[in-house]
Design a protein around this ligand. Sequence first.
Ligand code: F6R
Length: 369
Amino acid sequence: EKGGYDYFMLKEIAEQPKAVADTLLGRIGADGRLRLDEVRIPDAVLREADKIVIIACGTAFHAGLIAKYAIEHWTRIPCEVELASEFRYRDPILGQRTLVIAISQSGETMDTLMALRHAREQGAKVLAVCNTNGSTIPRESDAVLYTHAGPEVAVASTKAFLTQLVACYLLALYLGQVRGTKWGDEIHAVVRELARIADEVERVLETMEPVRALARSLAGKNTVLFLGRHVGYPVALEGALKLKELAYMHAEGFAAGELKHGPIALIEEDLPVVVVVPSPRGRSVLHDKIVSNIQEIRARGARTIVIAEEGDEAVAPYADHLIRIPATPTLLQPLVSTVPLQVFACELATARGNEVDQPRNLAKSVTVE
Ligand code: F6R
């Protein structure tokens, strides 16, 4: 059942191109327009929504953080992302025009379920993004957009995460389409790129051997830091979460711009720091700033592990290890930049002799609050 792989996690990492393609299937028309009729929320409700609130836990929360960048940029609807476990305890402001998006692989996470019940009690409409047909979260929501990752068995979420991103991009684009906001060249380019993205994920998977070797060489370390900006920031958080749960290492993700506000004090000789570099095209000012950050930490002794687009030469002189990913539109980069971090964590866990599919103290679906 592991299809020749040692662990379900390895199998599920390898299945990501198919999971992404399956989640896109039938949802983009030949004319490049989104087809999400299955989301049975009337267009009028989507047009009138004045706020979006995303609730989720763990890896699904990181997908939500990335979705916020896409939703606000493509639709101009204000979007908040909140840990489901915190949501209902702070008396959130919700109304008839609030659209709540609950993201969950299992559809059974109690924190997310309680948050969505609270949202509906306050009159908000809830749309679930879920991987498990007929599970509790979609059943209790007003509508559902299913991810088609197939069953995810390993406790650490991988393919479900990528498909959550795809579903959120589709939803954001659909909202833009329905509301007539920003439906221009940029959107068409993104839709075209989405149609090719499964192949790009496949290309990343084919180049992972150096990442595995690097991971093995770091098995004796205690700490790894992760830095990113813009959508690379949640990717850094996700890279750190994977490393904590699988390798049981101290791992933290930071927004690179925050370094100087404290975390840079952590940098010491030979500390591995993974940096997710934004595209030098698009929002190039962010790229230049992160190149300075890499220089700053390297000058203080950090061992820099840099994930950067093919053709980005500016980072090369400051990278002790350079991991290349295909060029994508800025907002879609997490679909390719997360993959090396999954492979990295999985290999480090193996090198440390940990049980990859069943990390200690964790359960696949967390059905208690
Ligand atoms: C991390 C992981 C967890 C889940 C979280 C939410 O790899 O698997 O952080 O993402 O427990 O689970 P779902 O998506 O089932 O609600």
